[in-house]
Ligand binder design. Structure first.
Ligand SMILES: NC(=O)c1ccc[n+]([C@@H]2O[C@H](COP(=O)([O-])OP(=O)(O)OC[C@H]3O[C@@H](n4cnc5c(N)ncnc54)[C@H](OP(=O)(O)O)[C@@H]3O)[C@@H](O)[C@H]2O)c1
Length: 323
């Protein structure tokens, strides 16, 4: 089968397009014919081996993962002897980031406990855009953020995958949402329903004096004290990503700030595929429709990972493997 091969850390242009053997599912796995895949910051990090913590888990010098790609949507072509909940022909979607990646290929084997049935009213292209970023947004805003009607919410890095899905998760709560991103993305954000938008290159949202009940950050790069000052008295700040230094600072000092105030500041540890059935329900209720950049072709994947790393994308970059 055709696959994108990761042989060394460095940059996306070191990725190779090659042929490898079609995988065979173990007893608890299914074999998926991948229809569509989407690209995540996760892939950008894995391909470069940056931040360094990635190497601690996925190979210090040489990557242990040989085929990158986390988000997929496709059809089951074979099932292992112990698989109970899925059958040949089922259309599924999932995030492979906790089970070896491998989404940038024609086929992948996936443990059945990582899968959900694809929403019936959605194409494979759209479905592949949801698992990773959609669940970061759902876990951050609803599970950990405990968003409530009437609150004021800010999403930092709002024009990317998490923000463009996060706004759609938030809308039914009747909250007022501010989005922060680069100027080129502000029109898209307004069209998705952000009540106000801020261009981060011109304005620092932590310096405006405005305070929020809930902040979801995809790009933490300021001191934890600045974020604490931007929260209302009982506000919550949740970060899903950013500079490693700032993430460690928030993880260490966030609990200390909570000892002296009623504010909560924490780092979200993503749990891949947890809540994916809930995401399916939201899609089937007509609440969620990803913003898709693409679909692009398989051979474009290395260039697209670079494109994501440079922040040129809008919403989610999707690759169609079966055209
Ligand atoms: N917590 C976990 O366990 C976990 C697991 C997986 C992934 N993650 C993290 O989750 C995040 C994924 O977010 P995503 O999928 O939405 O990424 P994304 O699609 O790359 O979106 C991020 C957005 O932030 C914007 N941005 C860049 N610098 C910014 C700044 N200083 N201030 C405000 N906005 C800025 C980018 O636009 P421009 O580049 O045009 O400026 C881009 O639109 C990543 O940080 C990733 O590392 C966390």
């Amino acid at each position: 089968m055709k696959a994108i091969l990761l042989k060394e850390y460095g940059s996306p242009n070191l990725l190779e397009i090659g042929e490898v053997a079609k995988p065979i599912p173990k007893d608890n796995e299914v074999l998926v014919r991948i229809h569509s895949a989407s690209i995540n910051d996760w892939d950008w990090g894995l391909v470069r081996g940056k931040p360094f913590v990635i190497r601690l888990f996925f190979g210090l010098i040489k990557p242990k993962i040989t085929i990158p790609g986390a988000d997929i949507s496709g059809k089951i072509e074979a099932v292992g002897a112990g698989v109970n909940s899925f059958n040949i022909g089922d259309e599924i979607y999932c995030d492979l980031s906790e089970c070896g990646s491998g989404g940038f290929a024609e086929y992948v084997c996936v443990p059945e406990n990582q899968l959900s049935k694809k929403p019936s009213n959605m194409s494979h292209n759209d479905a592949s855009a949801l698992p990773h970023a959609g669940l970061l947004a759902l876990q951050g805003l609803v599970e950990k953020g405990k968003v409530k009607p009437g609150q004021s919410v800010l999403i930092n890095g709002a024009g990317g995958g998490v923000g463009t899905l996060g706004i759609q998760i938030l809308k039914p709560y009747g909250v007022k949402v501010t989005g922060v991103d680069s100027d080129e993305k502000l029109d898209l954000m307004k069209s998705l329903g952000f009540d106000s938008v801020i261009g981060y290159k011109k304005s620092d949202f932590t310096a405006t004096g405005e305070t929020y009940d809930l902040i979801l950050d995809t790009k933490s790069n300021r001191s934890v004290f600045k974020y604490a000052r931007s929260l209302k008295k009982t506000g919550r700040y949740i970060t899903v990503g950013g500079s490693m230094y700032r993430l460690v600072e928030i993880a260490l000092l966030g609990p200390l700030i909570s000892l002296f105030t009623r504010k909560k500041l924490s780092v979200l540890i993503h749990k891949p595929n947890r809540g994916l059935d809930r995401m399916t329900e939201l899609v089937e209720m007509g609440q969620i429709k990803p913003v898709v950049d693409g679909p692009y072709g398989f051979d474009e994947i290395p260039g697209l990972i670079q494109y994501l790393g440079e922040g040129k994308h809008l919403g989610k970059i999707v690759v169609e493997l079966i055209r």
